[in-house]
Ligand binder design. Structure first.
Ligand code: ADP
Ligand code: MG
Length: 554
């Protein structure tokens, strides 16, 4: 038997592949299952044009089987198979994708189901296998062939017997070494977990013979081992189902299954877009702040699937920072992936999806704010801070997107109000949106500054968080109404302007002398009622902001 060497380039590429393209060894299974699924899809496409082939969905499956004694893992599919030439060309040449060629040849317009395109996925098998044997019989032939390689210098191809059309891949697992063990890929449970993680929504059943303990018979307590063939994957992803078929409980169950959080989500959106870019998405607004949310460890992002196959667990490009609390996933057929599938090309499609998602989240939150205020307040108490950071950061670039989502605690009925609600209540003569800052609502209410504004019958927003006033300053105004701090010196209702009484001048000069550079001026005020004196701020920075700025590290 002759051994055909890999081409020199291929050999170097192979080393690179095995050692560096993938970060997780476990993805070898995803790649082999994806290939098997592609091969079955090809049968389906063939059946469309070939009258000799009928395609009954029930006949098609992918079977995986570990064998501990032999240290092998076998993956069998009932797909289109490969001829001798195809084995040589598709598996012997790295970066040659038979699947891509198939899509082109058949001019399949709608071939989005077929996953393969780079011609490297198969080689991931060599990350865990010391020898790989691919036995395949093509739909066009009666003779089957076996392709064998140790992944280092070449491969051999020999005729073998195989009754059925399709492909069987036997992986001889590498021996354990000091820093690496491979035994986990022989464990039924581990294999099930990997399939669930990456390939749960492959459209054909992925089966495995699973050993379970069952009572010997109805009466006895004796347990016996029973082996039964189970389908591991759920095949149809919840996001491809019709919204009308799904209940709130289904979505909550999915949130729990996915371990997006330990809480029950406050709300979800299910999106199916079929336009310039096609995608499905389910997004959740959590109820509770994740324990690590405000730490450096927290990673925002959505799960990203390419056509039902998980390619990234946290795709951060899909969410702006101010919506970093959102959990969920996106599945799209239209992504241009790079070869490792673990990195995406920063492409237009992804940007379009991100933009779309951003506006969906926004409108979902707006609806909640309007229709279910109690729930929205729960949300806001968890994540409002993040929205205010969003207003303030990026030089206020996103402020228009976020201003309607903000709530502030208000003197009106002493509860949260949106800015829109505030200005809707404004009396005609009121020209500004008033706010007061302080450590707590109680303390703000005691401030002399608030008294006069309140006396006018004007509503005041009570800002108690550090970020509040920074966000307000960034907003500048809302629907053309400027924000006005009750403690700023130029706050006047055209009453402070009168000339200071000469009798006081001397007193004020004395006061200034005593206070030195602690104050810039001492003036008469007409806005005090029950308080004898008030500290007023000159210019843009208020006293509260100054406190925050001073407490910040340089
Ligand atoms: P890709 O899937 O990106 O094309 P792979 O390296 O995963 O690249 O596979 C290379 C090629 O080998 C595939 O395009 C396909 O033509 C062929 N192939 C791999 N596995 C199978 C299989 N189970 N059945 C039929 N053909 C296969
Ligand atoms: Mg592939």
């Amino acid at each position: 038997m002759t051994k055909i060497p890999f081409q020199a380039e291929s050999q170097r590429l192979l080393e690179l592949m095995i050692n560096s393209i993938y970060t997780h060894k476990e993805i070898f299974l995803r790649e082999l299952i994806s290939n098997a699924s592609d091969a079955i899809d090809k049968m389906y496409y063939r059946a469309l044009t070939d009258d000799n082939i009928t395609f009954n969905r029930e006949d098609y499956y992918i079977h995986i089987q570990p064998n501990k004694e032999e240290r092998t893992l076998t993956i069998t599919d009932t797909g289109i198979g490969m001829s001798r030439e195809e084995l040589e060309n598709n598996l012997g040449t790295i970066a040659k994708s038979g699947s891509l060629a198939f899509k082109k040849e058949q001019e399949i317009q709608d071939g989005h189901d077929i996953i393969g395109q780079f011609g490297v996925g198969f080689y991931a098998a060599f990350m865990i296998a010391s020898e790989v044997t691919v036995t395949s019989r093509s739909v066009d032939e009666t003779q089957a062939y076996a392709w064998t390689s140790d992944g280092t210098d070449g491969f051999s191809i020999n005729p073998v017997d195989k009754e059925t059309i399709g492909t069987t891949i036997v992986l001889k697992l590498k021996e354990n070494s000091e820093d690496e063990t491979y035994d986990e890929y022989l464990e039924e449970h581990r294999l099930q977990t990997i399939v669930k993680k990456y390939s749960d929504f492959i459209g054909y059943p992925i089966t495995m013979n699973v050993t379970t303990q069952q009572p010997k018979d109805e009466e006895s307590d004796d347990m016996v081992e029973v082996v039964e063939t189970q389908t591991i994957n759920s095949m149809i992803p919840i996001w491809r189902k019709n919204k009308s078929e799904l209940t709130k409980e289904d979505y909550e169950q999915f949130y729990q299954d996915k371990r997006y959080g330990f809480d029950t989500p406050l709300d979800h959106v299910h999106i199916s877009v079929d336009g310039a870019v096609r995608y499905d998405s389910i997004l959740y607004i959590p109820e509770n702040v994740p324990f690590d949310y405000y730490s450096k460890e927290f990673e925002k992002g959505l799960e990203l699937y390419a056509n039902g196959v998980l390619i990234m667990e946290k795709c951060s490009d899909l969410l702006p920072d101010y919506f970093s609390f959102v959990k969920g996933l996106v599945d799209s057929e239209d992504l241009s992936l790079n070869i490792s599938r673990e990195m995406l090309q920063h492409d237009r499609q992804l940007q379009l999806i991100a933009k779309n998602i951003k506006s969906k989240i926004k409108s979902q939150l707006k609806t909640m704010q309007k229709n279910d205020r109690e729930r929205y307040v729960t949300f806001y108490e968890s994540f409002g801070r993040q929205l205010k950071f969003g207003v303030y950061s990026d030089f206020g670039m996103n402020k228009k997107d976020l201003e309607d989502l903000l709530l502030f605690y208000s003197s009106h009925e002493e509860k949260y109000t949106s800015l829109l609600e505030y200005i809707d209540r404004m009396p005609e003569e009121q020209t500004a949106i008033y706010y007061a800052t302080g450590e707590s609502v109680q303390r703000i209410k005691k401030l002399p500054q608030t008294e006069m504004v309140a006396d006018k019958g004007f509503e005041i927003l009570y800002l108690t968080e550090d970020i509040d006033e920074f966000a307000i300053k960034m907003l500048e105004n809302y629907k053309e109404k400027p924000f006005q701090s009750v403690s700023s010196a130029d706050l006047d209702f055209n009453e402070d302007q009168e000339e200071t009484n000469d009798d006081f001048k001397e007193l004020f000069n004395k006061m200034k002398e005593i206070l030195g550079n602690k104050v810039s001026d001492v003036r008469e005020s007409k806005r005090l009622k029950s308080h004898p004196v008030v500290l007023a701020a000159d210019g843009e920075i208020t006293i509260e902001m100054e406190k925050v700025l001073q407490s910040m590290p340089d």
